[in-house]
Write a protein that binds this ligand. Structure first.
Ligand code: GN1
Ligand code: MG
Length: 371
C-alpha cells in the first residue's frame, strides 16, 4: 500500500507534506512523516514492525500500550510533584481514526505511528563524557520508571532474546546443517579466527544465566536495546530526555542493559568500523556512564547485582558478536545489511571490543568497585 494512504488512517492533525526513511535501525523499517496546517507542523514516526523478528506484532503493540501508559502516568505524577530537574519524555502511540493502536496492511504487516520527541537527538556514537554520563542517567531513569510495573502486563516479545546459550545453540546448528555456512568458514581465515574466539569463551558465555538459575540474579523490567542511538538528548540543555525503541521492554536482567549501553557507548568507533585498530574500550567513558547510571538506579542494585557488572560488560559484546557472526553464516536473515560481509565485520568489531574489555579487566573491576 502507498505510504501516504497508509498513514492517512492515523489520527494526525494537518496535511501530509512528506514521508521519508528515518534512522538506521537493524530490524524495523522507520519513516518520518511531516504534517502541516496553517499555523504549525507536526512530525511523527511511522514504523513497519519486522514480522520475521517479532512474530507476534500484535503482542508487542499491546506491550507498548501498557508500558507507555504506566510510564506516562508516573512521569506526570513526578513532574507534578516537582521531583525532577528536567522534562523526562517517552513517545506515545498515535491511534488510528478508529481508535486502534496499529493497522495491518494487505500483506499482513503491522504499521504503527508514534510521537517524535522534538528538539532532541540520538547520536550513533559517543560524543563526549558529558554525553555518555547523560546516557547513563537516562537508562537509570528508565529502569526507575519501569521498576514498579506489573510484569504480567507484558508478554515476552522475543523468546530467546539475550539468552546467550540459545545463540550458541543456533550457531552450532547453523554450522551443522548449512553447507554454505561451512564453506564460508573454510574460505576465510578471519571467519575461522572468530570461530576460535567463540570456542575459547563457551564457559564464560553462560555466566549470567547460571547466576539467574542459582537465584543470585533476578529479572526486573529491562529495555532490551539501550544502545546509543536509542537514547535521546535534549538539543537545548544537552541532558538526556527519553529512551526510545520500546519493542523489547520486558522482564529481563538489568545487567544486559548495563552491558549493552556500555558496549555501544564506550567504543567511540561505532558498530560498523572497518579498521579494528580504531575499535577500543574507553574507560573514561565507562566511568562517566556508571556515574550517571548509578545516580538514578544505584539504589536498585543488590551486592549480588554489583558482583556481576564486569561480566555483563564483557558478555554483551561477546553475545552480539556471536549473533552477528551466526547471521553472517546463516545468510543475513536477521540483521539488515547494505553489503555482503557486513555482519561478519560487525562481529569482528564486537569481538575486538570484548578483547579490549578483557585486557582492561583489572581496572574496570576497580572502577566498578568504587561505585
Ligand atoms: C538490533 O534494530 P536495532 O538496531 O534497534 C537488535 C539489538 C542489537 C542491535 C545492534 C530486536 O537493534 O539487539 O544490539 O541491533 N535488536 C533486536 O545494532 O534484535
Ligand atoms: Mg531495537
Amino acid at each position: 500500500m502507498d505510504l501516504a494512504l497508509l498513514v492517512n488512517q492515523f489520527n494526525v492533525e494537518g496535511r501530509l507534506v512528506t514521508i521519508v526513511p528515518f534512522g538506521n535501525g537493524n530490524i524495523n523499517d522507520t519513516f518520518l512523516a511531516v504534517y502541516r496546517n496553517t499555523f504549525t507542523e507536526t512530525q511523527v514516526i511511522v514504523q513497519r514492525v519486522n514480522r520475521a523478528v517479532f512474530t507476534q506484532p500484535e503482542a508487542i503493540m499491546r506491550n507498548m500500550h501498557n508500558i507507555t501508559l504506566h510510564c506516562h502516568e508516573k512521569l506526570e505524577a513526578d513532574a507534578a510533584a516537582g521531583r525532577d530537574d528536567r522534562v523526562w519524555q517517552m513517545p506515545r502511540i498515535i491511534k488510528t481514526k478508529d481508535g486502534a493502536d496499529y493497522v495491518t496492511d494487505d500483506n499482513g504487516d503491522v504499521w504503527r505511528v508514534i510521537t517524535r520527541i522534538l528538539s532532541a537527538h540520538a547520536f550513533n556514537t559517543a560524543q563526549s563524557p558529558e554525553h555518555v554520563l547523560e546516557c547513563g542517567s537516562t537508562l537509570g531513569h528508565f529502569h526507575y520508571l519501569v521498576s514498579d510495573m506489573d510484569t504480567s502486563s507484558v508478554v515476552n516479545p522475543l523468546p530467546g532474546f539475550h539468552v546467550t546459550s540459545g545463540y550458541l545453540r543456533q550457531y552450532d546448528e547453523t554450522l551443522e546443517t548449512s553447507a554454505v555456512a561451512k564453506e564460508l568458514l573454510s574460505a576465510s581465515m578471519e571467519a575461522r579466527r572468530l570461530a576460535k574466539f567463540i570456542e575459547d569463551r563457551r564457559d564464560f558465555a553462560v555466566c549470567l544465566e547460571k547466576a539467574e538459575t542459582s537465584g543470585e540474579l533476578k529479572r526486573r523490567m529491562f529495555h532490551g536495546d539501550p544502545k546509543v542511538n536509542n537514547i535521546m538528548i535534549d538539543d537545548f540543555t544537552g541532558k538526556g530526555t527519553a529512551m526510545i525503541d520500546l519493542d523489547t521492554v520486558s522482564p529481563g536482567l538489568a545487567h544486559i542493559d548495563f552491558g549493552d549501553a556500555i558496549r555501544s557507548l564506550c567504543n567511540p568507533a561505532g558498530e560498523e568500523e572497518l579498521n579494528l585498530g580504531k575499535v577500543t574500550f574507553d574507560e573514561n567513558l565507562c566511568a562517566a556512564f556508571c556515574k550517571g547510571y548509578m545516580a538514578e538506579a544505584g539504589a536498585f542494585l543488590t551486592d549480588a547485582d554489583r558482583a556481576y557488572l564486569y561480566d555483563a560488560i564483557r558478555l554483551v559484546p561477546f553475545e552480539l558478536g556471536l549473533r552477528f557472526f551466526q547471521d553472517y553464516l546463516a545468510g543475513d536473515v536477521y540483521f539488515k545489511v547494505r553489503q555482503s560481509g557486513q555482519n561478519l565485520n560487525r562481529a569482528r568489531v564486537q569481538f575486538r571490543l570484548c578483547e579490549a574489555i578483557e585486557a582492561r579487566e583489572r581496572s574496570i573491576r576497580e572502577l566498578l568497585a568504587k561505585l
